[in-house]
Design a protein around this ligand. Structure first.
Ligand code: GCB
Length: 592
C-alpha cells in the first residue's frame, strides 16, 4: 500500500480537524443517514477517550462510536481515481459515504482505503461517517474479552499494559491519483563494496506506454535509471543510509504515454543500506550495530494515541539527548510520520505488530488468577492466528520500504513456554520471512518462558528478552538481580549463539521520590537498577542492544499495581527527565 503523496499527478486533501461525534446506542439507527445527534465534536487525529475525560461513559465506552463530517471533492479531480485513506481506526472501522458503506477494516494500527471514484463527483459536497469499534476479542490482535457483569454492564478485558485508547488517532485524507497509475513500489537495498544495490518492483494499474525509473541524489542528480517495471539499480560510490547519518535518495517512477506525456509520477525516499545477522552480531552496512534506546508508546496527555508532530519531534529530540540510537514500536505499528522521521534522521527501528497479550499465564502465574490455556480454540486459536497473519501482512505492506526499519518483531511476551506455542508461531515466522526475506525477525520473550522452557526462540534470528529481576522478581534486591540476570544471559548466549537484545528492563519510579538507600519507586533506585543491568550486558558478548522500558510514563487501565499509569518512564508523561535519564545519557554518549 503506497503512502499518499502530492506529486505532479497526485493530490491529497486533509480531512483532519473537528468531526461530529456520537456514541453508538440502540436508539441510533443508521447514523450515517443524517447528521449525528447531539453537539459533541471530536478532533482527528486523537484518541477520543481523554478528550471526554469528564464523562466516564465516553472515556470508558466499550463498542462503537461515530465520527462524521462533510467535505467537498475538489473540482479539478474529474477523471481521477479518488479514494479515502484512513491511517488508523482503532480497532475496527467502517466508512459510509452518504448512505453507502464503502469499506470496513479490522486492525487498529494499520491504514485502509476506500475507492470513491464511482461514488463521488468533483465539486460535490459529501457526508462521510466513520464507525469505530474498540472491541477486542479472541479474534483480534491485540486480543481481549468482553465480560458482562450481573448488572448488565459490558466491560472490556485485555492483557496488555496500556490504556485501550480508541478512535481516529491518525490522519484521514482524501486522495486523487490518475486512473493509470503506479499501484505499489517495493525496494530492497544491499551494499556490495562501494556499490549500492536497489532492487525495485513497481506494479501498475491501467495502460501505459513506458516506465521511467530514476534514482535521484539529494541534489536532484540522477544516480541510476531504468526503463523496466522491476530490476536492480546499481549506484557506484553510493552514499549509504547509516544509523545517525541518514542519506536518502529519491526513487522516481514515471509512467508515460506514447507521446511521452507523464501519466503518473510517484516518488519514494530510499535509503541504501544492508542488514545482516552474522553469528552473534547484528550488522548494518557490515558494521556491528549496538541498539541503545527505548521501548515506547504513542501516548500523550489529552490526545492519547493521537499523532502529533510537536510531541513526536520533542520525543525524538529527548531520545537523541539521552544518546539513544534506536527504539521498538512497542506494542503496535506507530504512525507512518514516525517512521518517515526515523528514515530522515537515521533512527534504527524494530517494527512490532500489535500482537501483545497472547499470554494467559501472566495473569494466572503472577497474579494468581484462574489457570487457562493460552493456545486453545477459546483464546489463541485459528481465528486469532488468522488475525495475526493479517496484522503481519499489513505491517510489512505498509513499512517495507523504510530504511529505518531493520527488523520485524511479530509479538510481545507470548506464552511461549506453553503447549501449542510452536504450532501457533512457526507459520507466522515463516510468513514474515516469505514476505520480507531481507530483514531479521524477532520477538520479545517473557521471563516466564526462560531458556529451557521457551518453545519458539530458535525460530527467530534475534532473540529479544524482557527482564525485570529486582522489580517483578525479588523486588528491590539488585544484588540477586545482577547474578540472576547475568547467569540467564549467558545461558541464552550459549544455547542459541545468536544476537540477544534486551527489549525491556525497568522499574516504576515516581518522579520526585528520593531516598538515600535506593528503594523501589525512588529515582535513585531506577538509576541503580539500570546500572546493574548495564554491568551484566557488558559481560555478555551476544547482547547487541539495550532498550529501557519505557521512554516515558504512560496511561494504563486501572490496576492495583499501577498508580496513575505505568511509571517506568525515564521521562514523566509530560517529558520531564527523571534522574535515570541522566544516567543513560552518561552511558550512551560514552558508547558513541
Ligand atoms: C512487560 C510488557 C509491557 C509492560 C511492562 C511493565 O513485560 O511487555 O507492556 O508495560 O512489562 O511495566 O510491566
Amino acid at each position: 500500500m503506497l503512502r499518499p503523496i502530492d506529486s505532479a499527478t497526485r493530490e491529497t486533501k486533509s480531512l483532519d480537524g473537528l468531526w461530529r461525534f456520537a456514541l453508538d446506542s440502540s436508539d441510533l439507527s443508521a447514523p450515517w443517514s443524517a447528521p449525528l445527534p447531539g453537539d459533541l465534536e471530536c478532533p482527528v487525529p486523537a484518541s477520543y477517550n481523554d478528550i471526554f475525560v469528564q464523562s466516564p461513559s465516553l472515556r470508558n465506552h466499550v463498542g462503537k462510536v461515530w465520527y462524521q463530517r462533510t467535505f467537498r471533492v475538489p473540482r479539478g479531480w474529474a477523471g481521477q481515481h479518488v479514494y479515502l485513506r484512513v491511517d488508523a481506526a482503532t480497532h475496527e472501522g467502517e466508512v459510509y459515504i452518504g448512505d453507502k458503506l464503502v469499506v470496513t477494516h479490522v486492525g487498529g494500527y494499520t491504514p485502509f482505503e476506500a475507492d470513491l471514484s464511482e461514488i463521488v463527483k468533483p465539486g460535490e459536497e459529501v457526508r462521510v461517517t466513520i464507525g469505530v469499534d474498540n472491541t477486542l476479542t479472541n479474534q483480534t490482535i491485540p486480543p481481549g474479552e468482553l465480560k458482562t457483569d450481573d448488572a448488565g454492564h459490558t466491560k472490556q478485558k485485555y492483557w496488555h499494559d496500556f490504556f485501550n485508547y480508541a478512535g481516529l488517532a491518525r490522519s484521514v485524507r482524501l486522495c486523487s491519483v490518475p486512473k493509470t497509475r503506479v499501484q505499489d513500489v517495493t525496494v530492497k537495498t544491499d551494499v556490495e563494496g562501494k556499490v549500492g544495490k536497489v532492487a525495485y518492483e513497481v506494479t501498475t494499474q491501467g495502460e501505459h506506454n513506458k516506465i521511467q525509473i530514476d534514482l535521484l541524489d539529494t541534489k536532484g542528480a540522477v544516480a541510476a535509471s531504468a526503463t523496466t517495471v522491476s530490476g536492480t539499480l546499481s549506484v557506484p560510490n553510493a552514499n549509504l543510509w547509516q544509523p545517525g547519518a541518514a542519506y536518502l535518495y529519491t526513487l522516481r517512477a514515471r509512467l508515460t504515454s506514447s507521446n511521452s506525456e507523464v501519466i503518473d509520477e510517484y516518488t519514494l525516499p530510499v535509503g541504501i543500506r544492508s542488514i545482516r545477522v552474522k553469528g552473534i552480531e547484528f550488522l548494518i552496512n557490515d558494521k556491528p550495530f549496538y541498539f541503545r534506546g527505548f521501548g515506547r508508546h504513542e501516548d500523550t496527555p489529552v490526545k492519547g494515541k493521537g499523532h502529533d508532530d510537536s510531541w513526536m519531534v520533542h520525543d525524538f529530540e529527548l531520545m537523541k539527548w539521552t544518546g539513544a540510537n534506536s527504539f521498538r514500536t512497542s506494542h503496535y505499528p506507530y504512525a507512518e510520520e514516525v517512521l518517515d522521521y526515523a528514515d530522515r534522521h537515521g533512527w534504527v527501528v524494530v517494527d512490532e505488530t500489535a500482537a501483545v497479550g497472547i499470554n494467559l499465564s501472566i495473569e494466572s502465574g503472577i497474579l494468581g488468577g484462574v489457570k487457562r490455556k493460552t493456545f486453545s480454540p477459546d483464546f489463541a486459536g485459528d481465528k486469532m492466528q488468522e488475525a495475526h497473519r493479517q496484522a503481519i501482512k499489513e505491517l510489512i505492506a505498509r513499512d517495507k520500504n523504510h530504511p529505518s526499519v531493520v527488523m520485524w518483531s511479530i509479538t510481545n511476551e507470548p506464552a511461549s513456554q506453553e503447549e501449542g506455542a510452536r504450532e501457533y508461531f512457526e507459520p507466522l515466522v515463516k510468513l514474515t520471512k516469505e514476505l520480507d526475506p531481507t530483514r531479521p525477525v524477532t520477538f520479545a520473550n517473557v521471563l516466564l518462558a526462560p531458556v529451557d522452557k521457551c518453545r519458539i526462540a530458535d525460530l527467530f534470528d534475534v532473540i529479544g528478552l524482557n527482564r525485570y529481576y529486582g522489580w517483578y522478581v525479588g523486588t528491590g534486591d539488585l544484588v540477586t538481580a545482577a547474578r540472576e540476570l547475568e547467569e540467564e544471559l549467558h545461558k541464552w548466549a550459549e544455547k542459541y549463539k545468536r544476537p540477544l537484545i534486551i527489549f525491556e528492563y525497568g522499574a516504576d519510579t515516581v518522579a520526585g521520590v528520593h531516598d538515600v538507600d535506593a528503594t523501589p519507586w525512588s529515582e535513585e533506585f531506577q538509576s541503580q537498577f539500570l546500572e546493574t543491568y548495564h554491568r551484566a550486558f557488558d559481560k555478555v558478548d551476544a547482547v547487541v542492544g539495550e532498550h529501557v522500558w519505557n521512554f516515558a510514563d504512560f496511561a494504563t487501565g486501572p490496576g492495583f499495581f499501577r498508580v496513575d499509569g505505568n511509571k517506568k518512564g525515564v521521562f514523566t508523561r509530560d517529558r520531564r527527565p527523571k534522574a535515570s535519564a541522566h544516567t543513560l545519557r552518561k552511558r550512551w554518549h560514552g558508547k558513541e
